[in-house]
Design a protein around this ligand. Structure first.
Ligand code: ASP
Length: 448
């Protein structure tokens, strides 16, 4: 029996090693081929089918199982913790870490902009041409432009209302059908509590749900084998369209400041927080969970990465199933350190470009609203770009109160060009934050 277990353990280890090598190779190969296509044929040289192939092989298989997986893992996580006072402690600690780490991330972003000043010193002619080009980019995607303008008119009250109404859905099935995981999580928490409260009479239901969850985890194993091919197509398509040299001028400086601050948060602050709060050596953890991080990087979607995050957390990451099942799905929708940091940098950069002198109070508004905007952003590509409007509108309102001119929402167009590349990095940091949280909460909710 023990021999069989160690045989399958060795096989699992070998399979994971092959997958890691394949993922890294696909990533490097994708960057090289994408850049070669961009240099040889320009942005249009990469046919739409590259992206479509990536979507079919990587994104869709993962998206297909996200909603059932969120529901099952949260229900089973909550039902297995059972005791309401323990749940209160675990839930409180999880949310406190989420909000705390997002505030740290947004503060780091604001500090980096203040220090490096990526948007300062532009002459009026340069600013004008940048704003005009940005306005055109902004209007070229009418759906997104309309969503951002609607967000601007709703203001910060609207952002709160939207988050609260997602937490209390009228119809959880409609939320599930629309892929809105916040409502699904809220409903699943209730069902999990109900299953725990019903004790023996719900034993069969609890076991059936655990069985279904085990089946989904087996399906994830199969999907993992498709990932390197999908990742290659995706990365080629993104790099081929944008090109690695698109980072010149003030937008280039903005890109470098954001990317640099994201790396500092991911490699230094998050592991340090993990270590200080009792999660052990999180730099080693960073390497153990690399498959989830590579998936986040290539899909730019915390939600799509969720199946892989759940898998690696409880295997290579050494987190308990109880903590993982509860903390990770919640984090994929609510905890976005990378997005909070990015929103703070992007908003401050745009105000700096327009030569607006922000007070310390304005910067505090940016940090707080960037955290709120990150909580409100869905775990899908470019969601952070849309909720950036919350941050800009909050500062604009504060400027209007002092009789100063606001900046136009269309200014966001200036940074859209490099957004996909930043999205890849910030999504990786978002997922990494969820994993550190799962490691910490493992101490409060060990298995068994
Ligand atoms: N793409 C990010 C995520 O899924 C959200 C964002 O756009 O910042 O985590």
């Amino acid at each position: 029996m023990r021999g069989n277990q160690s045989d399958s353990g060795r096989r699992g280890f070998r399979a994971r090693r092959v997958q890691t090598v394949a993922l890294f190779a696909a990533l490097l190969f994708g960057v090289a081929v994408g850049q070669w296509l961009h240099v040889s044929y320009g942005a249009d040289g990469v046919g739409a089918w590259w992206g479509t192939a990536g979507e079919l092989l990587l994104l869709r298989p993962l998206q297909m199982i996200v909603v059932p997986l969120v529901a099952l893992s949260v229900i089973s996580g909550i039902a297995s913790i059972g005791d309401p006072s323990k749940l209160g402690l675990i839930g409180g600690a999880t949310v406190a870490f989420y909000v705390g780490s997002m505030l740290v991330a947004a503060t780091l972003g604001a500090t980096a902009v203040g220090f490096f000043q990526p948007g300062a010193g532009l002459d009026p002619a340069q600013l004008n041409s940048l704003v005009q080009a940005g306005g055109e980019v902004f209007r070229s995607d009418t759906v997104r432009a309309q969503r951002m303008e609607a967000g601007e008119s709703l203001g910060i009250g609207g952002a709160w209302q939207s988050i609260l109404s997602q937490i209390l859905p009228k119809n959880p099935l409609a939320e599930a059908a629309g892929g809105n995981t916040v409502g699904v999580i809220a409903f699943s928490i209730l069902i999990g509590l109900g299953l725990a409260a019903a004790r023996d009479s719900a034993r069969v239901a609890r076991e059936a749900l655990d069985g279904l969850l085990a089946a989904l985890l087996a399906v994830i194993q199969w999907i993992l084998w498709l990932m390197p091919i999908g990742l290659f197509f995706f990365v080629t398509s993104v790099v081929g369209k944008i090109g690695l040299a698109s980072t010149a001028g003030p937008v280039g400086k903005y890109f470098l400041v954001t990317a640099g601050a994201l790396l500092v948060h991911g490699f230094v602050l998050l592991p340090l927080m993990g270590l200080l709060l009792g999660g052990g050596n999180c730099w080693a953890l960073l390497w153990h969970v690399r498959r989830a991080l590579l998936t986040a990087f290539s899909t730019s979607s915390s939600n799509a990465t969720l199946p892989v995050t759940l898998e690696v957390c409880s295997t290579d990451g050494g987190c308990s199933k109880r903590a993982t099942n509860f903390v990770v799905p919640l984090g994929a929708t609510l905890n976005m350190d990378g997005t909070a940091l990015y929103e703070a940098v992007a908003a401050l950069f745009l105000f700096q470009l327009f030569g607006v002198d922000l007070t310390f109070g304005d910067t505090v508004i940016v940090v707080l609203t960037a955290t709120l905007a990150a909580i409100g952003a869905a775990g899908i590509p470019s969601a952070g770009l849309v909720t950036l409007v919350i941050v800009i509108t909050a500062v604009n309102t504060s400027l209007a109160g002092r009789g100063l001119a606001p900046i136009p929402i269309a200014a966001v167009g200036i940074i859209i060009g490099v957004d996909r590349l930043l999205d890849m990095i910030r999504t990786t940091v978002n997922v990494w934050g969820d994993i550190v949280a799962a490691k910490l909460i493992t101490r409060l909710a060990p298995d068994g």
